[in-house]
Ligand binder design. Structure first.
Ligand code: MG
Length: 273
């Protein structure tokens, strides 16, 4: 199912969460809680046994692709790609959100760094990714936010396999943490709607490597339809326990040493489970 055992993936998840907390605290900016909710989803994708890429040749035509549409979660993408060997982690820590840095507050497309798409404007990444899936026979995954999916411009992607052409090599991963910037999110019957429009729909615990891995295997087996995987997650997962799943922490890095320590305490508590 994965290139390495789940125990190793769990260690990677811990290290990436630690780097995220350090990066946001030291820089004083960035979307920490959104990034924390995506850790298992992103790791599961790039470490799936079928998913091919080459950190030494980011533009390799035969690579599989992962797009980030909810672009404010880019710190997670930055930390994972450092782990994968696209660049040293120090490059990220030394230049995050500084002028001319490849690591801005939203992703700028750079195949050298493993970044498939520029983002920032919500919904755009979804269509960019779906277009890629139509143009290549490689696997294309796209991560979207539930806040993003409140917009009709995002929801319209669900009609694509029916009104346009199905891209069975495409998998849409919805980070359903039920929180947007300043409101709770309820997407209602979105899974049923997707199924009506010719998607294979799966619903999983978005923090379970086992569940995600199994869903991905099911996604690639379906050679007729794209897959829509609703990943139920907790915003701020593995960070400060008192902030996880709560409104008011979107785009807010740890403020002061006390909050920083609360994030680290939550990280350690999650490790012991
Ligand atoms: Mg959300």
């Amino acid at each position: 199912m994965f290139k390495i055992p789940i125990e190793e993936l769990t260690k990677k998840a811990y290290n990436i969460r630690k780097n995220l907390i350090e990066l946001m605290y030291r820089s004083g900016s960035g979307h920490l809680d959104t990034s924390l909710s995506l850790v298992e989803i992103w790791i599961s994708t790039v470490y799936s046994d079928f998913f091919k890429f080459d950190p030494n040749n980011g533009a390799w035509e035969e690579r599989d692709r992962i797009f980030l549409s909810e672009g404010h979660a880019c710190p997670l993408q930055y930390c994972v790609n450092a782990e994968l060997g696209y660049y040293p982690i120090d490059d990220l820590f030394n230049t995050f959100r500084q002028p001319e840095s490849p690591f801005q507050g939203h992703t700028k497309r750079s195949l050298k760094h493993g970044f498939e798409n520029s983002n920032g404007s919500l919904s755009i990444g979804l269509w960019h990714a779906y277009g890629h899936a139509l143009a290549t026979d490689r696997y294309v995954f796209c991560v979207a936010g539930d806040g993003e999916f409140q917009e009709p411009s995002s929801q319209s992607l669900l009609f694509a396999p029916f009104n346009m052409k199905p891209a069975p090599n495409f998998t849409l991963l919805l980070n359903y943490n039920r929180l947007a910037q300043d409101n709770m999110v309820d997407l209602g019957p979105i899974a049923d709607v997707a199924a009506l429009y010719n998607w294979q729909v799966l619903q999983v615990d978005g923090h379970s490597f086992q569940a995600l891995g199994e869903a991905f295997q099911q996604a690639i087996k379906d050679t007729e339809r794209p897959s829509f995987i609703v990943c139920n997650t907790t915003k701020g997962k593995g960070g400060a326990i008192e902030f996880a799943g709560k409104l008011g922490h979107h785009g807010v890095p740890p403020k002061g040493e006390e909050e920083y320590k609360a994030y680290l305490a939550g990280l350690e508590a999650g490790r012991q489970k």
